[in-house]
Design a protein around this ligand. Sequence first.
Ligand code: IFM
Length: 469
Amino acid sequence: MTMIFPEGFQFGTATASYQIEGGATEGGRAPSIWDTFSHTPGKTVNGDTGDVACDSYHLWDSYHLWHKDIDLLADLGVDSYRLSVAMPRVMPTEDGPVNEEGLDYYERVVDALLAKGIKPTVTLYHWDLPQYLGDKNGWLNRDTAYKLADYAKVVAHRLGDRIETYTTLNEPWCSSYLSYGATEHAPGLGLGPGAFPAVHHLNLAHGLMAQAVRSEVGAKSQLSVTLNLQFNRGDADAVHRLDLIGNRVWLDPMLRGYYPNELFAITKGICDWEFVKDGDLEQIHQPLDVLGINYYSSGLVAMSDRPQFPQSTAASTAPGASDVDWLPTPGEHTDMGWNIDPKGLYDLLMRVHNNYPEIPLMITENGIAVEGGDRVVIEADGTKAVHDPKRIAYLKRHFEAALKAIEDGVDLRGYFVWSMLDNFEWAFGYTKRFGIVYTDYETEERIPKDSFKWYKRLIAEHAIPQEQR
Ligand code: IFM
């Protein structure tokens, strides 16, 4: 198998606003549902919050840390950097004026990236919904979709075609099922099948946001959405049900303009879908340039008669999956307890390509929190290092899977490693480290890990390094 990536293939790294910015009360930013959630006792490990995180916002003026981080990105040699914009910085009140200070911040970041030749990929919604929308039932409320579209227009108006790719939503599976169906993510309502309105309103928001961005930038920037598509093995019926609930519930309306009839059939009795209004599917079905896929691991499933509502574990939160059991996955696992299955990435890419051949694909997240964590060591020359061979091995196997998919016909346009920096890992707080750069949360020092150096070589050679140096 050739190990060379095609011409024009984009290598990148990714982060998200609430996970890195901090400065939670600065620059006119309003609270988000994640501020509320993380400040509620018992919701995150150690009570960790995103108040400071990697301090990317607060240190801008005093320390130019963003510039340091952007220097690191430039040193890494990435083509693109995937960041997200926080709506609470841009629209801090429901009907009040736009917060220019928030927009200025993102504009500075974007311009600093461009000055280094790095193309910004901007996610418009990576889970930090303003609390004022949360107070009005968040994603259960149809109006939220329209508010997100207003916000998307404001951001696209200011940042314009300086953005290579606008992504409407990151992983709506998490901001619906995990947030409204289960209790793991903000607002953590645990409504089981009561999450389906949130699913539909996120789909609607995607379509409205896509139109808002297009109205500002036309075809000068690419438009996308990022989905954490589920890849499961095991009993065919169980796999099929989860495919409908976890994948086709997004892919079909967004790319085809309909919800599959089988989805209505398998959710009969638990959801009436009356929240889908006339004309919604036309709004949702908008032309996209690329589909972002986040992939970390796979599942093993079987049919079961056990009633499981309401559910509360991350693996089994999809309402309608009540007759599906999640079995322990074989093989190696990460610090998140997720199995390591690069073949799953290959199979998923092939499957999406075969079923939706018209849309180019992009891996917008892939990475690992290594079991046992990362440790800083002092080398003989006094420098600090983090040796993370397991992360390198994980990334290597997943890059190989991606290359094989390209060889087998998938139009894969790029690959973003999650994450550039160790950061706030949601309900796990700071206990899980996904970065290829180590964050010392006491000092905000950044220490590139061995995986950073490995990825730097991969990018420079446009090929997967075959031996570890
Ligand atoms: O940290 C998250 C990210 O915000 C969304 N995708 C999965 C990552 C690892 O859990």
